[in-house]
Design a protein around this ligand. Structure first.
Ligand code: LLP
Length: 381
């Protein structure tokens, strides 16, 4: 699966992307969404590598952005402005202006204060900004507490008890137009039941809007579909059919209403692998360490969230030994996994950290004055 002969010429660590799998994943997601006429906006935050963005945009998806920089990256990669949504709890004025100038499809608004600023900035440009209210639906996504967003204590969205106040405020603002509702309850959901609960909450919120004589055209359910980190080979493409079917069954569409999604991880997660070399095999008193040339500066998820990434020695077929797999950074948290069974490691062996396409390269840093990892693609190595 990995072209080791070509890897030999490359400086490690680097990200290696399976562009065929990405293309298949995008097609599967699109086919599943098209069954119900659903719209997909790829969550750029998961991976903004220009080549990846361009593959995704060529397939006709929209983009979900959370910063002015992401809007620029999406436009550069060919995503049409009228398929760009812009979310985020702290949009700066210059970022809002980028969205207004480009004529993006929708601002997902997270507070009354933000609504007032967008209204002011749009007014100054003699434009009307389309907005969706991001509602905090108080649904527990049952995922890691760092990546759960739909509970009342989270900073995201407008709380249920504030909706009426926001709707009243909207009536006074002439340069924003309410076109939708937006939700996002969390990321890496493998139990899909919270999405069913989200649907019933969305139905209730719609009823509340109707009491104000408002029907919105667009409902955006965010992202969150998880991937299988334990078995990337067996489940390279997430179950998009099962995912969309939940919304089809539990959220009855009104005439002329459209549904939107913002998947990130489920689109790109399994297509990326972090490739590194073993620098040293260090014998501790009671354990062995495989010291890699990749560290948490290249892939922060294990250190930051305690996340699991499957680790493989792709150079060796020697009998398995047990290692703590660590990086070179001067922090104890720079550890990719403890007590990991790997084919016997030797200096120079290639180690693959799987399922690293989402929130991998994009979260890399230069701590310790390290270089950012390079990226290579299956079809152009
Ligand atoms: N829409 C909104 C408003 C979001 O906040 C997110 C992710 C998404 C869509 C895409 O969610 P996805 O389909 O990728 O689950 N760095 C963390 C994940 C943070 C997710 C933040 N928001 C990680 O490495 O697990």
């Amino acid at each position: 699966m990995f072209p080791l002969d070509k890897f030999k010429e490359l400086k490690t660590p680097f990200y290696f992307y399976d562009t065929d799998l990405l293309q298949k994943t995008v097609e599967t997601a699109l086919n599943a969404a098209n069954r119900y006429g659903y719209n997909i906006h790829y969550a750029v935050k998961a991976n903004a590598n220009p080549r990846i963005l361009s593959i995704i945009s060529k397939n006709g998806l929209g983009a979900d952005c959370v910063s002015g920089g992401e809007i620029k990256a999406a436009l550069n990669a060919g995503f049409p402005a009228d398929k760009i949504v812009f979310a985020g709890v702290g949009k700066a004025d210059w970022e809002i202006n980028i969205g207004l100038d480009a004529g993006i499809f929708c601002f997902n608004v997270e507070s009354v204060q933000e609504l007032e600023v967008i209204n002011e900035l749009a007014y100054a440009k003699n434009k009307i900004a389309s907005v969706a209210l991001r509602i905090n639906p108080e649904v527990d996504a049952c995922t890691h507490h760092h990546i759960t967003t739909g509970k009342q204590e989270n900073k995201f969205g407008i709380n249920l008890d504030q909706i009426s106040h926001v709707l009243d405020k909207l009536k006074q603002l002439s340069s924003v137009k309410l076109i939708g509702l937006h939700f996002h309850i969390g990321s890496q959901l493998t139990d899909l039941d919270p999405f069913r609960i989200l649907c019933s909450q969305a139905v209730n919120i719609q009823k509340q809007l109707e009491e104000h004589k408002i029907t919105v055209e667009h409902i955006n359910f965010g992202g969150g579909l998880g991937i299988n980190y334990e078995n990337p080979e067996q489940n390279p493409i997430p179950d998009f059919n099962g995912y969309f079917e939940i919304f089809h069954r539990h959220f009855p569409l009104k005439v002329s209403q459209q549904i939107h999604f913002e998947p990130g991880r489920s689109i790109i997660g399994q297509s990326g692998t972090l490739i590194s070399r073993v620098l040293y095999v260090k014998e501790g008193t009671s354990k062995k360490f495989a010291v890699l040339d990749a560290g948490f500066t290249d892939l922060i998820r294990p250190a930051f969230y305690g996340a699991y990434h499957k680790i493989e020695n792709i150079s060796s077929e020697e009998p398995v030994e047990i290692y703590d797999v660590v990086g070179p950074i001067c922090e104890s948290s720079d550890c990719f996994g403890k007590q990991i069974a790997l084919n016997k490691c030797r200096r120079g062996d290639f180690i693959a950290l799987r399922s690293a396409g989402a929130y991998g390269e994009i979260m890399a840093s230069q701590y310790n004055c390290r270089q950012l990892p390079d990226s290579y693609f299956y079809d152009s190595l």
